[in-house]
Design a protein around this ligand. Structure first.
Ligand SMILES: [Zn+2]
Ligand SMILES: [Zn+2]
Length: 354
């Protein structure tokens, strides 16, 4: 179950920052816009997330956007000022503090202080050496697989559609007529008792597990910290609903019903020397009153086959009765066969020269 996660706000806290001029550490991002030791203005690039133990909450925080650094005098300004409070230079969003990447932990874990040194070293490296362009696309075997699949589809289409013309002569004739016969039989069955047919008999019922369903069972949460760019970060709990499987019970019935089910097939066949007739179905109790063991006709089918020869190859084609009836031994027919499997396409057959 992929529900959207629910997000609960969990307070706003001070980022920490280090003064890059005098080395004072763990200054408060919101409270200390200037270094209390040397007076230098805060550099947002020197901010970092505190450990859980160092977290300082910001009461009644009003967020006005990420801080800006004045391009003229480097003073750190609130996100909503339009002119520098120190030198009066107009402000644009271009100098807005870059946001640190959010970080997430499981609820049972704790956050360590973010390693600002390591991050800055990594960023400096990233600036000097262009990031390696990620390899796009597939590994070599991916392309090989595509080639194989395309070749396979191509071969399949070729096998299905590539045809050649053949001339065959009639070697012999065959006909076959079949009658499918249903038999009224006892069918053992099993279903939910609610769904049992009305004519069921010999019923035994039991109460048992018939499936399961997912029921909500609390939430699984992670803790996420999001840099807001104004010297604070907000902490939120990101929760997804947990589910457990619960068995579902119902009454299940085992029973018998009497139904028509496919039984035997009656067949008659021959060639042109024998009369074309339907087989005698010899139905059991074929009259009125249906009882177990009685039979009825289900479906009739008939097929008229030309057995053809072309060189050393033999083909059999079912054709309409009129064509079969009018054909002579040694008469030539044109038809197509598959190039790959040599299968006749009997829909294309027609007398040669006609
Ligand atoms: Zn300082
Ligand atoms: Zn300024």
């Amino acid at each position: 179950m992929a529900d959207d996660p629910k997000i609960y706000q969990d307070g706003v806290y001070e980022m920490l920052w280090d003064c890059k001029f005098c080395g004072t550490e763990k200054l408060l991002g919101k409270t200390h816009k200037f270094c209390p030791s040397c007076g230098a203005t805060q550099d947002p690039e020197w901010r970092y997330f505190p450990s859980d133990a160092e977290k300082v909450a910001v009461k009644d925080h009003v967020f006005v956007g990420a801080d800006k650094t004045c391009p003229a005098c480097n003073t750190l300004l609130a996100g909503n000022v339009e002119f520098c409070t120190r030198c009066g230079a107009p402000q644009t969003d271009a100098a807005q503090a870059k946001l640190l990447e959010s970080r997430t932990r499981a609820e049972s874990e704790t956050f360590e202080r973010e390693d600002r040194d390591a991050r800055q070293v990594a960023e400096a490296r990233g600036l000097n050496t262009p990031a390696p362009t990620p390899k796009r696309g597939l590994p070599w075997w991916g392309y090989a697989l595509i080639v194989l699949v395309v070749a396979g589809i191509g071969f399949g289409l070729y096998a299905a559609f590539a045809k050649r013309e053949v001339v065959g002569t009639v070697e012999s004739f065959a006909w076959e007529r079949t009658i499918s016969i249903d038999r009224f039989s006892v069918v053992p069955s099993r279903s939910l008792c609610d769904a049992m047919p009305l004519d069921a008999y010999s019923v035994s019922r039991s109460y048992e597990q018939v499936g399961s369903r997912s029921v909500p069972d609390g939430e699984t949460c992670n803790v996420r910290q999001v840099d807001q760019g104004d010297g604070t970060f907000r902490q939120e709990r990101v929760c997804t609903t947990r589910y457990r499987e619960e068995p579902v019970y119902d009454y299940v019935c085992s029973y018998s019903v009497n139904r028509w089910v496919p039984g035997r097939t009656a067949v008659a066949n021959g060639d042109k020397s024998s009369a074309i007739v339907w087989p005698n179905p010899n139905l059991s109790c074929g009259g009125t009153g249906v009882t177990l063991g009685c039979e009825r006709e289900a479906a009739r089918r008939e097929a008229y086959t030309l057995n053809l020869r072309s060189g050393e190859e033999r083909y059999a084609c079912d054709v309409p009765f009129a064509m079969w009836d009018g054909a002579r031994i040694e008469q030539a027919f044109n038809f197509q066969v598959g190039v790959v499997f040599n299968n006749p396409d009997c829909g294309t057959i027609k007398p040669a020269g006609g």
